[in-house]
Design a protein around this ligand. Sequence first.
Ligand SMILES: *Cc1c(COP(=O)(O)O)cnc(C)c1O
Length: 518
Amino acid sequence: MNLYHSTRSHALACSSKEAVRRGIAQDGGLFVSDSLGEQKIDVSALATMNYAAIARTVLAMLLPDYTEDEIAACVDEAYTGTFASPEVTPVVPLTEKGDATPSTVPSSVLELFWGPTSAFKDVALQMLPRLMARATGTASTGAAEAESTDNASAPEKIMIVTATSGDTGKAALAGFADAPGCGITVFYPEGKVSHVQKLQMSTQEGTNVAVCGVRGNFDDAQSAVKRIFADSALAERLAERGVALSSANSINIGRLVPQVVYYFAAYAQLMRAGTIQAGDEVEFCVPTGNFGDVLAGYYAKLLGLPVAKLIVASDANNVLFDFLTTGVYDRNRPFFTTISPSMDILISSNLERMLYHLSGGDSKLVASLMEQLAKNGRYEVTPELLTRIQDVFACGWAREDEVSAAIAACWRDHGYLIDPHTACGYHVMEQLAPASGARARVLLSTASPYKFPRAVAEALGLDVPADDFACMEVLAEATGTVPPAQLAELRHKPELHHDVVDVEGMSTFVEAAAGRLA
Ligand SMILES: *Cc1c(COP(=O)(O)O)cnc(C)c1O
């Protein structure tokens, strides 16, 4: 069942399991499916479905070569007992406090941060390892049938290699720690992640995990990881030991598909709350970096979810805002380090998938645009294509001072505490009038405010102590909210990983970690 193929060529087709295992197509394109949207999900049935039931429905449609039993097991393992909310991703209404002006359309927040690492990436990274295990035939259960593809021989072990600026690394570690048949290596830029983020990674337990600081910045680490993936001599040496490398970032469809689920789950909750009726259109505002989260919203729309508009919210790195307003994508611009580090990105990988779908599956066009991006850092789409894109996506961005102001305003007007990433979305949603036809607006909250206690406490005008854990206490005291236990307890956890290497040493580090896996 070769449903998936590269955005850059219809020739490179494979099953969804193969797409999950590979992560990225051989020609550098991303895996997409042309049958996306042929089947629709009946939204009137959503109101009676819980998160797991919705997840099983969505995953079965997008990953058809996984058996029903495999999908049920993946969903159960990923979401039973791992998220500190019975809804997994709860929807919370934003009500007005005091003399704040009520909005014309009811607004809510979709809280995506109740997983083990307090950022939305948990939703996908709790699922990806389970999907990966069934794609490689190394799951402890339900892996009896072998795929008739080229991986049918001895089960390979997979070494996940990830460079992180903070959030992805910890969520991937938590997902892949002790996952059968997998190992994980995470590189973070030494001295350039927050204190809490560093401790989240350096205290990670698990027999198959490796964490290493890199002397350099995130771009250096990321480029080196790409070189490691492209190193065929290394790949051959690892293959002899039964190990293949793969990726856990959002170019992998195994990370994208689980994110489609919570758009439907949000809709189901709004129906149950009586905020909307089946068929009513909802607008979603999404703090965006690599375009994975908001693309999942577009996939939900293609699967039949009544979506009014998807708002792409950026921080000061507003390359997507410029593209969505002018049709010119140009990464030749200054890079800003902001208080929303996970959105500090100039090459937004998943835009490639959006261009594929909205150009009507024009893989030649996508290949050409991506070549221009690689060569000149710039490309431009036709006015016709831009119009089609703008029919689906609205956009806005927040300056650094506007992000802080949004944290303060949301607290003042709604008594609701948001992190700096969510605050970019809040600012943009406040700037834009609701899309015509929208009966409700939903702001996706991508991280717990306690992951960024310093920036949030400063935005609220509190006295900010030097220590991040003291900042958490100040924030808790002032707002009556509670820090997630897994963040507060980092203070007392032993640091297990102390390695730091130069960029040139990363490949050797990966090979040694892969050797321990074999
Ligand atoms: C990764 C991340 C984002 C950006 O999500 P994309 O899918 O890359 O667009 C936003 N907020 C937080 C907290 C993140 O960790």
